[in-house]
Design a protein around this ligand. Structure first.
Ligand code: PSU
Ligand code: MN
Length: 336
């Protein structure tokens, strides 16, 4: 009973935030800063489970039209599992939570001018009333503001290789350290220094767990990065319990759950790894810097593997819901 009570308090505070807190009611409807899509608004009001989705993968992670197709498919998988997808993006200076097909198309179309938006970009983008796709950090902070505790994506940013010299550490990691949203992903992108990324997450106080039987932390294209996560959870219920305790404790930091690539896709993964090494050399040689690095590498790897990395990304993106499991996580959590 104590357990149930504690969970109830956690959930209550989520709903208090949704109903009375500044985030949804005032910010969303009054200031004009937010635009909550109809489907998402209904789900928020009727307390149905919602899964947040990022949009940098649409604007910068994949070419047109695969980006559009994948975005729609991912949303539909979430709906098939009884949840509501809430894709986050900025359009004409308004933060959108839940996009129409037309809005998705606008962001996905290759001739649209869009910025990659993480936390640091909001003030400028909103003041200029321009548009862009939100990264993991940008999406997390918006999801939290409107009261969505779960967010699913492909790859999270991390500490870049050679990061100890360049200080190129993704804002995603600091966001995980200060925003209580659970991010379900294929782990950390293989182009990064995964060991250092896990160290950094520990410093930020982020609870990291692998979904499945092993502690091997996944590396996007491969199930095993060579590094271990501190924990693993085997069922959506276990994952939900962890997320619940995080909220009850008021930890204010996030959770990262890594879901490994399925075994039969691992050979493709190994080929992509090789291409990544080549691309990294090129980044150094061409002196590509800052936030241009990730899109540059993804594009080059895609070319080197004649599109098979793109297929793998699409597949990884879709298999974040093995048998629909991970989106049920959201159901479990909200109905506890
Ligand atoms: N993984 C992909 N494609 C992407 C990203 C990750 O396969 O486009 C995006 C995510 O939005 C992530 C961001 O949050 O890259 C991290 O970028 P950076 O390393 O600049 O922080
Ligand atoms: Mn960076």
């Amino acid at each position: 009973a104590g357990m149930i009570c504690r969970h109830m308090t956690g959930i209550m505070s989520v709903w208090t935030r949704r109903l009375n807190g500044t985030p949804l009611s005032t910010v969303a409807s009054n200031s004009g800063l937010f635009h909550i899509g109809k489907e998402v608004e209904d789900a928020l009001c009727s307390k149905k489970p919602i899964v947040a989705l990022e949009s940098t993968i649409i604007t910068h992670g994949m070419p047109y039209p695969q980006n559009m197709k994948t975005a729609l498919e991912v949303e539909s998988i979430i709906r098939q599992n009884g949840c509501t997808p809430a894709t986050v993006a900025v359009i004409a200076g308004k933060v959108h939570v839940g996009l129409t097909e037309q809005e998705l198309e606008y962001l996905a179309a290759s001739d649209t001018e869009v910025t990659k938006i993480s936390r640091r970009d909001f003030p400028y983008i909103l003041s200029k009333k321009t548009s862009g796709g939100t990264t993991v950090s940008g999406t997390m902070l918006i999801a939290h503001k409107v009261g969505i505790p779960i967010f699913v994506t492909g790859g999270v940013g991390g500490v870049h290789r050679d990061g100890e010299n360049t200080l190129d550490v993704s804002a995603d990691l600091r966001e995980l350290g200060r925003t209580p949203v659970a991010v379900v992903s294929a782990g950390v992108k293989s182009i990064l220094d995964i060991g250092k990324t896990l160290e950094y997450l520990e410093t930020e106080g982020v609870c990291v767990a692998v979904y499945g039987k092993s502690l091997d932390f996944p590396a996007f294209f491969t199930a095993k990065s060579g590094f271990k996560a501190p924990y693993n959870v085997e069922t959506p219920k276990e994952a939900a319990a962890m997320i619940g305790e995080n909220q009850c404790m008021g930890l204010r930091s996030g959770i990262l759950i890594g879901v490994p690539i399925p075994g039969e896709k691992e050979q493709a993964g190994a080929d992509i790894e090789k291409a990544i090494k080549t691309a990294l050399d090129e980044v150094k040689e061409q002196n590509i810097q800052g936030k241009a690095i990730t899109p540059y590498i993804l594009e080059m790897v895609n070319q080197l593997t004649s599109g098979s990395s793109l297929q793998a990304i699409v597949m990884i993106w879709k298999t974040r819901w093995p048998q629909g499991d991970m989106s049920k996580l959201s159901l479990d959590f909200d109905s506890k």
